[in-house]
Design a binder for this molecule. Structure first.
Ligand code: ATP
Length: 563
């Protein structure tokens, strides 16, 4: 709706209100009790929205297609296909800068792996852990243990269900009620069969082969070798075979015993609390939970460098040596990292085991980013909502920033939101430029907000100098103001050398610009200037409760000239 005057009015004729039409006043007194308060959102909704489905531009959305990543995806699949053959896949390390599609590709491949494993009844589980959130050995192991305990319990329940069905079938059979002619009484218990034969069949392959003799959709037990009976046929003419005929059970008691032992197994699993146990106990519970069933387990550790940085390489060491001790299952690890150098901090054994295969995700170039955006925009926007130059501009901006697809998608979404907010009908180049500024400002706000207090004080000193028209600020000047600020809020005063380091860190974060200039025979000095918008940055600093105590800032700047 472009007419501001009509912002909160609405045509409510359709609602049949014949008394006072539609009021622009939404106060309770104006509307009868049973009258709906309507119109506040109606106009906003009635404007033709730019978006068809904004969700597909959000980071949480997992795309079905990943253009320009087929090489990496195929390589991963070639390595992981071993899991579907019951073998242990090599461990994989995936590297690449932020937004290059590492997580999206790894999740895509693992989804495919799990669905194919279900299709062929090959037990394979993939577990994903984000080590930025789960960043200690305890938490990683506890999370994995609990996930596998949950899976084990689900599988046990399925097995018990199918055994109970089997018991029922036996009962009906013995009562003389023959199974229905279409074979619908037939049971599928491949898992249970595999399970019951655990004691006498030692390898996974044997189990899988045997279980595949009992396909889900089979028409009847025509191969009744065990019972030596002629099988029941689909047309129901022949004598139906005994429900236990092709099962490993000889009697109802055996089935009941099996159910009891499964119930016991289920009760024996104890969830790991998120704190409090010794780590080796957590490891043992995790180990037993993984080894409960025969399967290949792929553990995906995203942001693996954060885990190593925070808590060393013990977790990786423990995970990578597990296979030599596991009896039933096999574990393979996929590590994902932005940081190419994190393996320098690893124990050489962990390093070689983890990096059996390495896959690099290069940054996207502008053309590739264009393709990615075009794929998404077809679904995300209404027809005609995008003017021609929008996608190329988003792609070009994001390509300048190390080819980050996340940034490109953010830009496109934010440009759309800005266009929507200004009630424009199409997104144009200007919206993209505004979006670029907004994202940049949001980044700055976030970085400044999370700085340690000492860095905030140093930055505040620079801001105060700039605000008072000081150009080419040097470290000594920053230090003097910084010292006064510390005294004002009772903070420890760091040495000038340390303050110089903090200035370099601010430089690296892109908040200030510090260039070394030669002053001839007076040596070299740093000239510092602010690289971010002054007012917004100052507002963020003052929103920190400690810094907001500094009330009269003017005298501090005088100090610069006094010192
Ligand atoms: N080839 C692609 N096609 C479509 N979307 C992609 C592609 N590559 C990345 N994306 C999208 O870009 C965003 C970032 O991707 P992803 O999270 O996989 O990056 P990453 O390399 O794991 O980054 P980080 O290291 O920061 O976690 C996601 O929304 C993802 O869906």
């Amino acid at each position: 709706m472009s007419d501001d005057d009509t912002e909160f009015t609405g045509s409510n004729d359709v609602e049949g209100d014949d008394t006072h039409g539609f009021s622009t006043d939404f106060g309770d007194t104006e509307l009868g009790d049973d009258e709906p308060k309507q119109g506040l959102f109606d106009d906003l909704l009635s404007g033709e929205p730019i978006f068809e489905n904004k969700e597909v531009l959000r980071p949480s959305y997992t795309p079905h297609e990943l253009p320009h990543r087929s090489d990496q995806i195929n390589k991963m699949a070639t390595i992981l296909v071993a899991a579907l053959r019951g073998e242990t896949p090599s461990n994989i390390l995936i590297y690449g800068k932020t937004g290059t599609g590492k997580t999206a590709s790894a999740k895509f491949v693992s989804k495919e792996l799990e669905s194919t494993s279900q299709k062929y009844s090959v037990p394979c589980d993939v577990e994903y852990i984000n080590c930025e959130v789960t960043d200690t050995q305890y938490r990683v192991l506890a999370q994995l243990a609990n996930k596998f305990i949950e899976k084990n319990k689900e599988r046990i329940d399925e097995r018990i269900d199918s055994l109970e069905d089997l018991l029922e079938a036996v009962e009906e059979y013995e009562d003389g009620a023959a199974p229905s002619a279409d074979g619908s009484e037939h049971f599928d218990y491949p898992d249970e069969f595999a399970d019951a034969s655990e004691s006498d069949v030692s390898t996974g392959d044997d189990n899988r082969d045997t279980s595949s003799e009992f396909p889900v959709e089979t028409e009847g037990y025509s191969d009744g070798d065990t019972a030596g009976e002629s099988g029941a046929t689909a047309d129901g003419d022949a004598e139906p075979s005994h429900p236990l005929a092709s099962t490993p059970f000889d009697s109802v008691t055996e089935i009941e015993d099996r159910i009891d032992s499964l119930e016991e197994d289920k009760d024996s699993f104890e969830d790991v609390p998120m704190t409090g146990w010794p780590t080796d106990r957590v490891y043992n519970v995790f180990f037993d939970a993984v080894d409960y069933d025969e399967r290949v387990v792929v553990i995906m550790l995203d942001e693996i460098d954060k885990l190593v940085e925070k808590s060393g390489d013990d977790t990786l060491y423990n995970l990578s040596r597990m296979n030599s001790e596991l009896e039933n299952s096999r574990v393979s690890i996929i590590g994902i990292s932005n940081d190419l150098k994190f393996t320098d901090f690893l124990d050489p054994r962990v390093k070689s085991s983890l990096g059996e295969e390495e896959i690099v995700f290069p940054p996207y170039d502008a053309n590739q980013l264009r393709d990615i955006l075009e794929h998404r925009s077809d679904v995300a926007f209404k027809d005609g909502a995008l003017s021609e130059d929008v996608i190329p501009l988003c792609a070009a901006f994001a390509a300048q920033e190390h080819g980050d697809a996340r940034r490109a998608l953010d830009l496109l979404r934010t440009a759309g939101e800005l266009a929507e907010r200004s009630q424009a009908e199409t997104i144009v180049e200007e919206h993209v430029r505004q979006a670029q500024d907004k994202i940049e400002l949001d980044r700055v706000v976030e970085v400044v907000r999370t700085l340690p207090t000492q860095s905030k004080l140093v930055l505040f000193a620079i801001i105060l100098l700039e605000k008072n028209g000081v150009h080419s600020i040097n470290t000594g000047e920053v230090f003097n103001i910084y010292k006064r600020l510390c005294e004002e809020i009772d903070a420890d005063v760091l040495t000038q050398r340390r303050v110089t380091d903090l200035i370099s860190e601010l430089d690296m974060l892109g908040i200030v610009n510090a260039v070394v200039v030669s002053k001839g025979r007076y040596g070299r000095t740093k000239e510092i200037s602010l690289s971010v918008p002054l007012e917004e940055t100052e507002a963020v600093l003052l929103s920190d409760s400690r810094l907001s105590d500094i009330d009269d800032i003017q005298p501090f700047v005088q100090a610069r000239f006094e010192n």
